[in-house]
Structure formats: C-alpha cells, structure tokens
Design a protein around this ligand. Sequence first.
Ligand SMILES: *[C@@H]1O[C@H](CO)[C@@H](O)[C@H](O)[C@H]1NC(C)=O
Length: 223
Amino acid sequence: MRYRGIFTLTAVILIIIVTSKFFMDSFHAHEKAKEVIGFYQIHNIFISEPKCSLSKPCPPDSFAFSIHSGAATVVGPKICFDGKNIMSHILNNVGPGLNIVVINDTNGVIEKYGYLNMITGDSGQILAYLKDIKPGMIVLVASYDDATTKMTDEIRETFVAMGSTLIGSLNHRDNWVFAGRAGTKIKSFYEKLLVSDEKTNVFDGWPGMVKVGGCFPRTVDDT
Ligand SMILES: *[C@@H]1O[C@H](CO)[C@@H](O)[C@H](O)[C@H]1NC(C)=O
C-alpha cells in the first residue's frame, strides 16, 4: 500500500513536469511565431501597394506624399499624405492662394490644414499662421489660381526657412508645389514652379498643373 502511494506521487510529479515542459515549449513556439509574423509585417511594407499614386512604396522611415497644384480657377489642387487625400476639389476644402497641410514629422499626425487666401486674405494673418508652425513640422503646399496678390517678402522668407529656393521667383498666377520642413533651411528636393507665360500657358491666362511627390523622411539628419 505504501509503495503504491509513492508510485502514485511519482507519477503525479512526472505528469506535472511533462505538462509544464509542454506549456513552456508551446510558449517558445508562440514567441517564435510572433517573430516570424513580425518579419512578414516588415516585409509587407515593401511589397504593399504604393501610396499617394507614387510608382513605388516608401521605406518605413518616411511618409509617402504627393502634391498637385490647381489648374487655372477650374480644377482645385490636391494634397495626399501617407495614402490619404487631405485636401482636394472633391473634398471641397481647397481655395485660392496657398493650400497648406502641416504634419508632425515624428508620428505623421496632421496638425492643421487649410488655405491661405493670397488674393483677398490678410497678409499679416497669413504671416502669423506661417510663423506659428513649429520647427520640425512637415509642410506641404499647393498653389491655386494666384498665390502672389497678398504675398510679402516676409511671407516668402518663412518658406525659405522651410527649404524653398523657388518662392523668390513666384509671380502672378505661377503654379507652385512644395514640401519642406519648418525652421530647418535645408534645401528641399520637393519643389516645382510652373511659370505663367502667355506663350506657353495651356489655359487662357494660367499655366497647367504642376505636381511633385516622393518619400518624405521622418526625422532630420543632424549630422
Ligand atoms: C510631434 O509629436 C510628438 C509626439 O506627440 C511630440 O513629442 C513632438 O513635440 C511633436 N513635434 C512637434 C514639432 O511639435
């Protein structure tokens, strides 16, 4: 009887050891599976569809974006960020002058967007809006109709401070698209200007549409 008790006890202990080993193994297997899934998630970023009509997907340390200027007073501009149209004619949130989207450069959260009416707006208020943009913020801009009636040198300076090199040459009814970073003065690769010229204008009094797009890096390289 006594031996039998010891035997039962040993069996119970054995069962506990085997079962816990089984649970430990399955726990490790689960962790391994998670690593594999993690790999596929990272892998997926590269094989997924490109965003904002770009020709290829952006690497994970950047945001896809595209900016279309308006065309004359007929077709509104379009600003796409990280796969989402933020401003467009269809969304009915664009206007004459400079259409602008301001984005946090670390998490991609859109802080504000709207249009600075450069035809009938107030130059002082427009300047204040631009000066209020915190250093580091990503700024996407698209012109529509005309962007220079209320333009001042100080307003131009704020765009130079975001990396624009063409804003100084922006004239009446020229189309301009630009992506920069507030307070860095690092020359932006993402900027285009289409001059309004009677000889080349595709519309009566206005040039055609101009666009720019790419992968905007998340953080500033301080080196
Ligand atoms: C962006 O968001 C992060 C996290 O919320 C915040 O710490 C940072 O200050 C923001 N950047 C700017 C330029 O405001």
